[in-house]
Design a protein around this ligand. Structure first.
Ligand SMILES: CC(C)(COP(=O)(O)OP(=O)(O)OC[C@H]1O[C@@H](n2cnc3c(N)ncnc32)[C@H](O)[C@@H]1OP(=O)(O)O)[C@@H](O)C(=O)NCCC(=O)NCCS
Length: 144
């Protein structure tokens, strides 16, 4: 595996490939889709993507949240590439990128099914469960 992680620009074919992966993993299984407004709002976000031999296999979105803080959202890794450290490398890249941009805290709403993944990477939680996109989530955060 030769993994290349980089930022992809909003509106480019790489961005569209990232949206397609997020739709397939994070929305379609729930009977949901992104609205035009959801995607229009993403123009202000940073889109990171992992490529394996040129194929986009993982992605995550960084959204400005508050001064010095960003939200990590829309984390998705292709099913056939899971358990091979792609997600962990994407989060590490996200954290480095945030640090270089003066960010000192990352917050996220983690699906409960992914809570242990983020906990392994040093994210804390208050374990308060809430519903987003019809499924249970917990708030998590990490100080950089
Ligand atoms: C959650 C997700 C991004 C993890 O990506 P991944 O590439 O499979 O994760 P990695 O291989 O980098 O795993 C890193 C570590 O976390 C562990 N881990 C990964 N997913 C886990 C999970 N769901 N629960 C518990 N541990 C998990 C791995 O075993 C590994 O542990 P190790 O360091 O001891 O070997 C991926 O499973 C995914 O896309 N899931 C569906 C979408 C989703 O839930 N996104 C998150 C929304 S908040």
């Amino acid at each position: 595996m030769s993994l290349d992680i980089r930022a992809v620009a909003y509106g480019t074919p790489d961005y569209e490939a990232a949206v397609a992966l997020r739709r397939a993993i994070l929305r379609t299984p729930l009977g949901l889709d992104f609205s035009a407004e959801d995607l229009a709002r993403e123009a202000a976000d940073t889109h990171l993507a992992a490529f394996n031999d040129g194929r986009l296999v993982g992605t995550v979105v960084m959204t400005p949240y508050a001064p010095g803080k960003v939200k990590l959202r829309q984390m998705a890794v292709s099913e056939d590439m899971r358990g091979r450290n792609v997600g962990a490398q994407l989060v590490a890249f996200f954290e480095d990128y945030a640090r270089h941009n003066g960010i000192n805290e990352i917050v996220l709403a983690a699906r409960q099914t992914a809570q242990a993944f983020y906990a392994r990477l040093g994210y804390a939680t208050d374990d308060v469960v809430f519903t987003e996109v019809t499924i249970p989530h917990v708030r998590m955060w990490k100080t950089l």
